[in-house]
Write a protein that binds this ligand. Sequence first.
Ligand SMILES: [Zn+2]
Length: 305
Amino acid sequence: VPELPEVETVRRGLNQFTLQQEILRGDVLLDRTIASPTSAIEFLTGLKGSKIIQWHRRGKYLLAALGKGAAGQANNGASEQNNLHPSSFILHPSPPGGWLGVHLRMTGQLLWLDCNTPLQKHARVRLFFPGNLELRYVDQRTFGRMWWVPPGQAPESVVTGLQKMGPEPFSDEFSVEYLVEKLRDRRRPIKTALLDQELVAGVGNIYADESLFLSRINPETLCSQLSREQIDRLRLALIQVLNSSIAVGGTTFSTFLNVHGVNGNYRGEALVYARAGEACQVCATPIQRLKLAGRSAHFCPQCQV
Ligand SMILES: [Zn+2]
């Protein structure tokens, strides 16, 4: 399942290959992939003739600012700067072509390829660009969604999942003060809280388990019982584990594919995630697995108290 580092890797790939390219036409192979507008035809009509100015990320959402004609050139200078730091989410105030939103959910992939590449069984949406190039959306489980946000509308008014999203982990807003305030009165396990996109954007099961291990906090610990020192340790561990995964292209822990359909460097480096029964790399105690709010948590009962 793509989490923040994987989505960030896709964003960087898209910014590398698709900028200033005009969407000539498209093809929706599975209607329910399009969350808004209500018809696939409206979606494609809205995108047609737009150029991609810049891809942004907010949590696990991808958002492309779209230009029309010469206006597509306007913000070109932002691209390199935007690639420097993963926290960057510089909203273009009102892009002339609106926005293209994508959420990959469980199994979605965005592939940049030659349009003559044989169609995958699970291809759902195709967007065609000059030079026989194509942005193809492939999604086996079909939970992923796409949106076209018309010009003049705020992305969050259409992509409603953005409305209550918490701060990006790399932003100044994600401070120890913020977390202390948010967690103080919460009587739920910290593991469950970390998966809540309203607390922090983009974190899923893998990075929650890994950051709890690194900060030596048991996943069942109630938020309200965490000390300020523990909270800050967790915050820094989360930033560290996300950063190191982004640095290797989001493939540290998963078989995730980049925009070319390639997993360059799967290294299976998780310390606890999906390692139940294996020896803890710190103390050799077998890693345990338990269910919390329907999700599995992996942890070392010796190191994480
Ligand atoms: Zn251990």
